[in-house]
Ligand binder design. Structure first.
Ligand SMILES: NC(=O)c1ccc[n+]([C@@H]2O[C@H](COP(=O)([O-])OP(=O)(O)OC[C@H]3O[C@@H](n4cnc5c(N)ncnc54)[C@H](O)[C@@H]3O)[C@@H](O)[C@H]2O)c1
Ligand SMILES: [Zn+2]
Ligand SMILES: [Zn+2]
Length: 359
């Protein structure tokens, strides 16, 4: 089968790999129909993610069809259409029982990191019963790809942790797919203000279309001042950090109102200063979280009834054979205006068998 393989920093290739087989009774093999590329895949390719060994197939998002299941899988059978969570969960360990799937002792974020991922024709999914979700009849599968990672991340790490409230004020720093996912899901709670901050005017224009009440281009360094002006000098109740660099976390500290929350979503590679000399008296809360994807079933329902339009996040489509071009487009987003790219995995060059019917 064809697969996009990480071969060490700055090296990737579309390679021919053997089709995966079940290794444990709780595994399923999924034939990928649609997958995508995440900013985190670019982090891996820069060499930032030490857990991802050269030779690993990338990708932790996607939808597909069950091709085979181990003897211990009870919820799925070959032919079932499934949504893949970026987080694998056993459902039984202490962390899973607390809903912290991200820290599952035999799972967590392993797909396209510690084990082969979804940017391939087939993928092996461990703990299949508790890491896959059935796709409802008639669902738009492209939109569902946004549920593997980015919508739960924006919602859980940004909106839920940030305690977004009816009538409250929110600032989202970073209007990439994650920031935009936070923007879409923050609107469940009808905040009175959602201010989106980025360096890229195209992404700010997209933010206004997606429901931002104001946008700020922070290129000139005056973003904090503008946010204070927009909030009558108070700052925001919720500041969501969706970039992952010191400057944007510091901006969140400058714009959080007394009693407010800074919800960090970004993956930070270097240390960031915490300004307790200023914030000690401000009654603020700072949260961090690795996405658990516990909100997938709820978000799936909101998608199904049209409460959020996840498809708006998709800007480009490619075949699996064109995935190198898809990476090029995704990694030069300022020029290409890319948000999420859909990659259709077809089987023409696969040598793979069609899915078995029935079970
Ligand atoms: N916590 C989690 O579980 C989790 C899960 C997935 C992704 N992430 C992280 O979330 C972050 C956002 O992901 P993404 O895919 O949207 O990333 P992205 O790179 O596509 O978007 C980041 C945005 O930030 C903007 N930006 C960069 N520097 C800025 C600055 N100084 N001021 C304002 N805006 C600036 C960029 O223009 C871009 O639009 C990343 O760090 C990613 O690794 C975290
Ligand atoms: Zn991701
Ligand atoms: Zn577990």
């Amino acid at each position: 089968m064809q697969a996009l393989v990480y071969n060490g920093p700055h090296q990737k290739a579309l390679e021919d790999r053997p089709k995966p087989v079940t290794q444990a009774p709780t595994d399923a093999i999924v034939r990928i129909t649609k997958t995508t590329i995440c900013g985190t895949d670019l982090h891996i390719l820069k060499g930032d993610v030490a857990t991802c060994a050269p030779g690993t197939i990338l990708g932790h998002e996607g939808v597909g069809v069950i091709d085979a299941v181990g003897a211990g899988v009870t919820r799925f059978k070959p032919g079932d259409r499934v949504l893949i969570s970026c987080i694998s969960a056993c459902g039984r360990c202490e962390y899973c029982r607390k809903g912290m799937y991200s820290h599952c002792t035999t799972g967590g974020w392993i797909l396209g990191n510690r084990i082969d991922g979804t940017q391939a024709e087939y993928v092996r999914i461990p703990h299949a019963d508790t890491s896959l979700y059935p796709i409802p009849e008639g669902a738009d599968e492209e939109a569902l790809v946004m549920l593997s990672d980015i919508l739960p991340t924006g919602f859980e790490c940004g909106v839920l942790n940030g305690k977004v409230e009816v009538g409250g004020s929110v600032a989202i720093v970073g209007a990439g797919p994650i920031g935009l996912a936070a923007l879409l899901t923050a609107q469940f709670y009808s905040p009175s203000q959602i201010i989106v901050i980025d360096l890229d005017d195209n992404r700010l224009a997209v933010s206004l279309r997606f429901g931002a009440t104001a946008t700020v281009n922070s290129t000139d360094g005056g973003a904090a001042e503008q946010v204070m002006k927009l909030t009558g000098g108070r700052g925001v109740d919720t500041a969501i950090e969706a970039v992952g660099i010191p400057a944007t976390f510091e901006l969140c500290q400058d714009i959080v109102a007394a009693g407010g929350t800074i919800a960090n979503v970004g993956v930070h590679g270097v240390k960031v200063d915490l300004h307790l000399e200023r914030l000690w008296s401000h009654n603020v809360t700072i949260t961090t979280r690795l996405v658990d994807t516990v909100s997938i079933p709820m978000l799936l329902k909101t998608l199904q009834v049209g409460r959020i339009d996840a498809k708006q996040l998709i800007t480009h489509r490619f075949k699996l054979a064109e995935i190198l071009q898809a990476y090029e487009t995704f990694s030069t987003a300022a020029d290409t205006k890319a948000l999420k790219v859909i990659i259709e995995a077809d089987q023409r060059s696969a040598g793979g068998t069609p899915p078995t019917a029935g079970a």
